[in-house]
Design a protein around this ligand. Structure first.
Ligand code: FMN
Length: 327
C-alpha cells in the first residue's frame, strides 16, 4: 500500500522508503498542498493510499467516516527524515496490518502522549446535534420484528438502504473502540448460495451425528432465505490482546444489530434477527472465518413488507423490571 505523507513530513522521506512502500507521495506532489484535510482524506481513499501524518486530525476523520483510507499517526516528536524513514520501514508489518488506524509512537513521546490509545483519541468537539426525542422514542418503541410470512417476495430493497443500515451499525458503542461487529450480506443469487449452504449443512450434520433428518426442515432452510431481499450474517470478531471480556464484544455487536433494526424499521421494512440455521453449528465456524472466541450471532432477514400493517408490540410494564435506590 503506498503512503501519502502530510505536508508536515518532508518529501525527502519518500526516497528513503520507496523500496518498501513503492508509489508513495507527499501531498504537494499530488496537488494537495494547503488543501483541507477532508480533501486529502478523500483523495487517499479514491487512490488507495494510506495517510501518514503527525497531528490527530486524520484520526478523527477515520472515526467519523469509514475506513479506508487507513491512517497512520506518527507520534515521534521532532525527528529527522532518516529516522522517520527507518521507523516506518521497521514497522512495515504494523503498517500493513488490517487495523484501520495505526498509532505509531516511540519511547521519546511523553508519558501523557503515550496514554493516548484508540480508547481515548483526543476528539474535536462539534455543536450538539439537534436530536428529536419524540422521533427517538417513536422509532425505539415502534421498532418491530416481522417474519418471512410477512415479507413481500421478489421485490428487492435497494442496496443503498442496506448500506445505510450497516453504516449505522458501525456507530454502536464499543469498549476501546474494538468494533467487533462483522457482517456478510447475501442478496440476489447470494441468497440461494446461503440457502443451499445451510440446507446441505443440515443434511450433512444429520448424517454425521445420526440426528433426526426432517425433510420439511431441510426444505425450510432451502427456501426461507429466498423470500428475503437480503440476509445479513452477524459475526462477532475478537481483537487479539484487547483485554476486553467477550461479553462486552457480544454486547457491542448486539448494539450494532439494534442500529440495523432501527434503521430498517425507519424505512418501513420488515425484518428480524434470527438465531436459527448455522448460528450454533460448530461446523459452520470455519466457513465464516471464525476463530477462538469469535462468534456467529445469527442472521438478520430483511425485505419489503407484504402489507401496510405494522405489528403491535408486547411488553410487560417496565416498573416490574427496575429497582431504584434513592437513599
Ligand atoms: C438475539 C435475538 C435472537 C432472536 N432470534 C430469533 C429467532 O431465532 N427466531 C425468531 O423468530 N425471532 C428471533 N428474534 C426476534 C424476536 O422474536 C423478537 O424480537 C420478539 O418477538 C419481540 O418482538 P419485537 O422485536 O417486534 O419487539 C430474536 C431476537 C434477538 C434479540
Amino acid at each position: 500500500m503506498p503512503l501519502l505523507f502530510d505536508q508536515n513530513i518532508s518529501f525527502r522521506v519518500i526516497r528513503e522508503i520507496s523500496a518498501v512502500f513503492p508509489g508513495s507521495k507527499q501531498v504537494r506532489e499530488v496537488g494537495l498542498e494547503g488543501k483541507r484535510d477532508l480533501e486529502i482524506w478523500k483523495w487517499a481513499k479514491e487512490n488507495g493510499f494510506a495517510i501518514v501524518f503527525f497531528d490527530a486530525d486524520f484520526v478523527n476523520f477515520s472515526l467519523l467516516f469509514n475506513f479506508p483510507p487507513k491512517v497512520i499517526w506518527l507520534r515521534l516528536g521532532n525527528s529527522s527524515t532518516k529516522s522517520i524513514a527507518r521507523y516506518l520501514i521497521d514497522r512495515t508489518e504494523d503498517i500493513h496490518s488490517k487495523d484501520r488506524i495505526r498509532i505509531l509512537k516511540d519511547s521519546r513521546t511523553s508519558a501523557v502522549q503515550n496514554e493516548l490509545t484508540l480508547n481515548n483519541i483526543p476528539s474535536t468537539t462539534m455543536q450538539r446535534p439537534d436530536f428529536s426525542i419524540e422521533e427517538v422514542n417513536k422509532i425505539i418503541r415502534g421498532r418491530r420484528s416481522q417474519f418471512v410470512a410477512q415479507f413481500k417476495e421478489n421485490d428487492p430493497i435497494d442496496d443503498s438502504i442496506i448500506e445505510e443500515m450497516l453504516e449505522n451499525a458501525n456507530w454502536a458503542p464499543t469498549h476501546k473502540v474494538t468494533q467487533p461487529w462483522r457482517f456478510i450480506v447475501y442478496t440476489a443469487a447470494g441468497l440461494k448460495k446461503f440457502a443451499d449452504y445451510q440446507a446441505e449443512m443440515y443434511k450433512m450434520r444429520a448424517e454425521k451425528n445420526g440426528t433426526n433428518f426432517i425433510e420439511a426442515t431441510y426444505q425450510k432452510f432451502k427456501e426461507q432465505p429466498l423470500k428475503a431481499s437480503h440476509v445479513i450474517a452477524i459475526l462477532m470478531k475478537r481483537t487479539e490482546n484487547s483485554g476486553i471480556p467477550v461479553m462486552e464484544e457480544i454486547a457491542a455487536t448486539a448494539m450494532a444489530v439494534q442500529n440495523i433494526y432501527l434503521t430498517a424499521c425507519a424505512h418501513g421494512l420488515a425484518c428480524y434477527w434470527g438465531t436459527g440455521g448455522p448460528t450454533f453449528w460448530g461446523e459452520a465456524r470455519e466457513d465464516f472465518g471464525l476463530e477462538g472466541e469469535d462468534m456467529l450471532m445469527g442472521f438478520f432477514y430483511v425485505a419489503k413488507p407484504a402489507s401496510d400493517n405494522w405489528p403491535e408490540g408486547k411488553r410487560e410494564s417496565m416498573a416490574e423490571k427496575v429497582g431504584w435506590v434513592r437513599e
